[in-house]
Design a protein. Sequence first.
Length: 319
Amino acid sequence: MNESISKLSRLAFYSFDNVTTDAEGNYPASGTASPSYVSGWVDSAVSFDYSNNQYLSTLHIPLNYRSFTIDFWFYATNLSSGWDFSFGGQSEATSTGKCLFFNVHYQKLYFGFYALDTTGTINISTNQWYHTAFVYDNTTQIQSIYLNGMLDGNSTRTALWTAAGNFTIGGGKIGGSTSAYVYYTGYIDCYTISSRAKTACEIFLDAVLACYFTFDSTSQFNDSGPNFLSAVNNGATLTTGRINQALQFSSTPSSITINGISALRSDNTASLILPLNTWIHIVQTFSTTTGNYLYFNGTFIAGGTVPTDQPVGPYVTLG
């Protein structure tokens, strides 16, 4: 997979780390009925309650007659009190092509422009983090829905015509026979709007990659992953690496701390005598169903236990 994470054509990014500001500075959002914050996929997430009619709203975002991608993490806490739960959208009128919406419909993801719609195929469960992306390619005229990095549904549809109306998050108009506004109960985090159709590889990396640090001199502590996390250096120094540069940790206490990784957890331990002055490739994998697995140079070392504990904090320490 030869692909990287890019901010190219990013119109807005909402970290929801106790704020509703747009990191791009274009579309700050304000809350209706005061949504709150909870521990998120990364740092904090915004929390909505359908019964309180909570949602966020910002200015109109020009997505008509163009390609775009809207992707984010979500954690639904109620999908049983109705059949539609709205992640948001943008509506000029309840007529064909003039109402953008994306929601959970009968426990499946749903993406539409009003009468120009696409449905997903996988049932969504409550109390579980998911990554989703809603993509429209104006060149091929294809609507696509991705769930956890994999294609969940697509169809050929003409372009969105909406030229007016505020953009909303956590609630929105979806037309049809439903009430004027439909809301959502649960959490939303790391919300990105881009004015291009992201590739399937990009979306896969957005879903599976927490962070990526090259430790090269030009981007020593810059996260090249999808969440743009921060790293704090505590005495590590730059040296020649296996590829380009690397960080060197000394016997004097030194480390780097990567903040914001709330989703990772581990309770496995393993011991192995490591050779000195040799590059070693280390991989740790985790699944909620199979647990942690540790590999050195492609060889399995330990793992298989499904953890029952929770993360001790939203950070990872190296060194």
